[in-house]
Design a protein. Structure first.
Ligand code: GN1
Ligand code: MG
Length: 405
């Protein structure tokens, strides 16, 4: 990670007033670990390096982001019925007039949306406020989807080839279970499409010594989770087929709709923005729906070590569903019917991603020096436990969907 001194040198490339100071940003996510807050007078900015190990095609990331920002801005400016109070970050240009600078990686800077807060888990809110917040998040995703529905999904390049591809993630799990370290072992699992292969091949190979891999692979705590994931591989693949065969439509989705990326107005408690625009891509809105609900309904959060606390909060589920379905304007009945499975699939898929990453040696969700060595194992167990609970909860979820649809 860069030092604050190095970051200040990068910040000087952007058109911001002098003098400015750079501090670390605590609200960073799991991927762009170089995320800093830049303050110039009363104005604050967020500066980020797009993690090159995860996003090998940063210009694509930027192009999706630019399209999303432009669509949101245009909808707000023309007074879209849902856009009242919606806030859109702005990219800061460099002195050369570009929207990013390449300096040992691709850096971008954007305006910081003041007066808002975000949450990693609803547990950070007093109980009396949680359901309203869940309703707001559902409403927020419906608004975001509405405002960006003008984007032609076929014109958005996939920012991260292979992202949200369940089949690929399961193939990576199979490779990690084998402890593969050569092409021959995984030749039939590596994607054939060149650009997907280039972006993901690294994550098919073991990055641990054979001894360390074996210890992780044979960890008795993981056995049931590995079995569970493999048992439901076909569920995830089924959803993918429905998309590939056009039964469910593709739009330009957000791609990373966990609770943390929704900004709540500090005064009104309303959701006013959905940030982290790294993964705009053609896919189904059901993935955004699923990712949002799997992160929201698990009030214990993504890093809980006491698995007995992982549960589907039924009231939260109902509130987010109501917020979404009463605001959304363009869902087909077939898609609505699939809403419960979509949540299951994203929890399963994310569990598989964490599990495969832990088994092969943390090459994707990289650990910082302060992170516990077993973080990705914990994250995997949380998502797969949640997946189990979501399966049990399915009849209730179906009833709720029928009620609000
Ligand atoms: C990653 O970097 P962050 O925190 O925004 C990941 C998402 C996961 C999420 C889980 C590009 O998002 O897919 O759902 O972690 N983003 C990417 O916390 O892989
Ligand atoms: Mg992200």
């Amino acid at each position: 990670m860069v030092t604050l001194e190095e970051a200040a040198k990068v910040a000087a490339h952007f058109q911001i007033p002098q003098p400015f100071e750079v501090i670390d940003f605590e609200g960073k996510g799991n991927i762009n670990l170089d995320t800093l807050l830049v303050r110039a007078g009363d104005t604050r900015y967020l500066m980020q390096r797009i993690n090159p190990d995860v996003f090998p095609l940063p210009d694509r990331v930027m192009s999706g982001m630019v399209q999303s920002l432009a669509a949101q801005r245009a909808a707000v400016d023309r007074g879209h019925q849902n856009a009242d109070g919606w806030r859109v970050p702005e990219l800061v240009e460099s002195h050369e007039g570009t929207l990013f600078v390449d300096l040992d990686g691709t850096w971008r800077m954007m305006s910081f949306i003041e007066g808002t807060r975000s949450f990693k888990s609803l547990a950070e809110l007093p109980e009396a406020e949680r359901l309203r917040a869940a309703h707001e998040v559902g409403r927020g995703l419906a608004i975001y989807s509405d405002l960006t529905s003008t984007i032609d999904s076929q014109s958005v390049p996939v920012s991260l080839p292979g992202y949200r591809n369940s089949e690929l993630y399961f193939n990576q799990l199979h490779a990690a279970l084998m402890g593969a370290d050569s092409f021959e072992q995984v030749a039939d699992r590596i994607p054939t499409e060149e650009e997907v292969r280039q972006s993901t091949e690294r994550h098919f190979y073991r990055a641990l010594s054979p001894q360390d891999w074996e210890a992780r692979r044979n960890d008795p705590e993981l056995e049931l989770f590995i079995d569970l994931a493999l048992e439901y591989e076909s569920l995830a693949l089924e959803m993918q087929r429905l998309r590939e065969t056009g039964v469910i439509r593709q739009t330009a989705i957000h791609g990373d709709t966990k609770l943390e990326n929704f900004l709540f107005c500090q005064n009104t408690g309303r959701v006013v923005s959905l940030v982290d625009l790294d993964t705009i891509m053609p896919h189904s809105w059901l993935a955004d729906w699923g990712d949002m609900v799997r992160s929201l309904a698990n009030v214990a959060g993504e890093k809980e070590t006491d698995l007995s606390k992982i549960a589907v909060d039924e009231e939260v589920y109902a509130a987010v569903l109501e917020g979404f379905l009463t605001t959304a304007t363009s869902c087909t009945p077939e898609e609505v019917r699939l809403m419960p499975q979509a949540v299951q699939v994203i929890a399963l898929e994310l569990g598989v991603r964490f599990l495969a990453d832990y088994l092969r040696g943390d090459t994707y969700f990289m650990l910082t020096p302060d992170d516990p060595r077993e973080l990705n194992k914990v994250r995997a167990m949380v998502q797969l436990t949640l997946f189990r609970r979501l399966l049990d909860h399915e009849p209730t979820a179906r009833e709720l969907v029928e009620r609000f649809a």
